[in-house]
Design a protein around this ligand. Structure first.
Ligand SMILES: [Zn+2]
Length: 296
């Protein structure tokens, strides 16, 4: 009897030990999973804390916050160095939009389209289409919306402006005065009406170009053209523009901003989207941009 009861106890003892062991193991596994989850939670909240510190950096002062500030300073420096300078790299596809002959009452529509795509352009302006006061207001609006305003010509009268170097410079200064009144800055850039090699300026060309250079003015011709004043319209205008811009890695694109080329506005969104698809970036022409000059 004694022997049998001892064996029975032994039989009960083994499953109990196994059961206890299982319980302990299950508890350990459960605890381990919970604590891992806790760690993840801590990591998440510390990430949030860092973000908060960076946002409020100017109001805080602990070591962690100082690190966050110096990190963001490093980021800013990196950004500054990676932002393309005014002169893009030789393989970087860049197009500079330039609009000649305006402004006029339709110019705000053009500005709206450019705003829509966040594109800044250079406007080579005249006084052909507006009276002095609205003209000054319009020039100011163009500048205030981030574009450059430079001289094309006050009168755009070829015979008059190319009669002599003095006549040209008088016309230039009159337009520049209006730009100065509108923007508080003098123009440093010029686009010659008809281009620097215009037939009308042939007799005075070397002296004219020298006089302009002596004044520290940079003149810009173009290497692509939308064909707007040559009778191109709609799809034809779009196709010519895309073709000509694609012939250059750095394209200075000539378009016109005047009442009888208002159809350019309709074509512009398609032109912009196709150039974007072709990998072009839109840069603002400025006095440091390498110029295209037909005559030197
Ligand atoms: Zn013109």
């Amino acid at each position: 009897m004694k022997k049998r009861s001892r064996r029975r106890r032994k039989n009960i003892f083994v499953p109990i030990v196994v059961l206890i062991f299982c319980c302990i193991f299950t508890a350990m596994v459960a605890y381990g999973w919970q604590s891992r989850k806790k760690n993840v939670k801590v990591a998440d909240s510390s990430k949030n804390a860092n973000e908060t510190v960076e946002v409020n950096q100017s109001e805080t002062s602990s070591d962690g916050e100082i690190n966050a500030i110096s990190e963001s300073e490093t980021d800013t420096t990196a950004e500054t160095t990676t932002v393309p300078a005014s002169n893009p790299g030789p393989d970087e596809k860049v197009v500079y939009f330039t609009f000649d002959d305006g402004p006029w009452t339709g110019t705000p529509r053009l500005l709206d389209i450019l705003d829509q795509y966040n594109i800044k352009a250079c406007f080579f302006v005249t006084a052909q289409y507006m009276d002095t006061e609205p003209l000054i207001n319009m020039l100011k609006q163009i500048k205030d919306r981030g574009h450059n305003v430079a001289v094309h010509s006050l009168t755009h009268n070829y015979k008059q402006i190319y009669a002599s170097v003095d006549a040209f410079m008088a016309d230039y200064d009159a337009m520049d005065d209006l730009i100065f009144k509108a923007t508080g800055q003098h123009s440093t850039m010029l686009r010659f009406p008809g281009g620097s090699n215009a037939g009308y300026n042939k007799a005075i060309r070397p002296q004219l170009l020298q006089a302009v250079r002596d004044r520290g003015i940079v003149y810009f011709d173009w290497n692509s053209f939308d064909g707007d004043v040559e009778g191109k319209r709609g799809q034809e205008l779009i196709d010519q523009t895309i073709k000509q811009v694609n012939e250059n890695t750095h394209s200075i694109l000539l378009m016109h901003d005047m009442p009888n080329t208002a159809f350019v506005h309709d074509a512009l969104p398609t032109i912009i989207e196709r150039l974007q698809a072709d990998g072009y970036k839109f840069e603002l022409l400025n006095e440091n941009t390498p110029p295209k000059q037909f005559a030197k």
